[in-house]
Ligand binder design. Structure first.
Ligand code: MG
Length: 245
């Protein structure tokens, strides 16, 4: 369109442009027209690392009231300096159950390195008590790939090893979709997408009906508790929250 034409007929051209946009189903930027698409809820994202205002906070550093023990009603883990630490008295189940969800959890392996392979900083984050994202000190510590830190244990290794040094705090951000049993009896796979310290390590990895070996719960279900594993190594956790999807 020539500059001369724009200068001669500015109003006509603006009207024509608006009509074309309207015909295409578009709207002029800034126009306050009603939209058939519902407006998303407004939430407060909170500080970096959350929790956002619409999250279920499972642990904020103060108490274990949102958990029960694997072998006892009362959880047996220690709390120190705003973190909870595994003990050899078994894992923890969240009292509340979740299906599809977004989970944020921070953890740290011991600063003083002991053991090797699966025996170094081993714990685990089990969605629905069934599907484990492995927690392991994989910093300079070789083991089988689908058992290393960030693996969907026994199923899928992480895309990269994004481990920090032993003793440093690390974060998992997990988006989980549960597998579902269909009317014909077959199972529709779910998925794991996981960021480890902000790095993508599981990209919509398939979650079939088969739980992790030695998972405390089994079988296809709509919901289940979050389970944190005691594997005999002291591992700390903090800032745990869930957003059901
Ligand atoms: Mg484990």
């Amino acid at each position: 369109m020539s500059a001369t034409l724009c200068q001669r007929h500015p109003v006509k051209l603006a009207v024509a442009a608006g009509l074309i946009l309207a015909a295409l189903g578009g709207t002029l930027e800034g126009a306050d027209a009603p939209s058939p698409v519902p407006e998303p809820p407004v939430i407060d994202p909170g500080p970096i690392g959350g929790p956002p205002s619409d999250a279920v906070v499972l642990f904020d550093g103060k108490d274990l009231s949102q958990f029960r023990g694997e072998r006892s009603a009362e959880p047996q883990w220690r709390i120190e300096s705003g973190a909870m630490e595994t003990t050899p008295q078994g894992g923890l189940f969240s009292k509340q159950e979740f299906g599809d969800c977004q989970l944020h959890i921070e953890w740290a392996a011991p600063a003083v390195v002991r053991g090797e392979g699966q025996g170094r900083g081993n714990s685990g984050v089990y969605l629905m008590g069934r599907y484990e994202i492995q927690v392991l000190d994989s910093y300079g510590n070789k083991t089988y790939p689908d058992g290393q830190c960030g693996a969907f244990y026994g199923h899928n290794p992480p895309l990269v090893n994004a481990c920090r040094r032993p003793g440093e705090w690390q974060a998992y951000d997990i988006i989980f979709h549960a597998p579902r049993k269909l009317a014909d009896g077959t199972v529709k796979a779910g998925s794991f997408t996981v960021l480890h310290n902000g790095v993508l390590i599981q990209d919509q990895s398939s979650v079939g009906g088969e739980p992790t070996t030695a998972a405390p719960l089994r079988g296809i279900a709509d919901k289940g508790p979050l389970f944190l594993q005691d594997h005999g190594n002291p591992v700390r956790f903090r800032n745990i929250w869930v957003r059901p999807l």
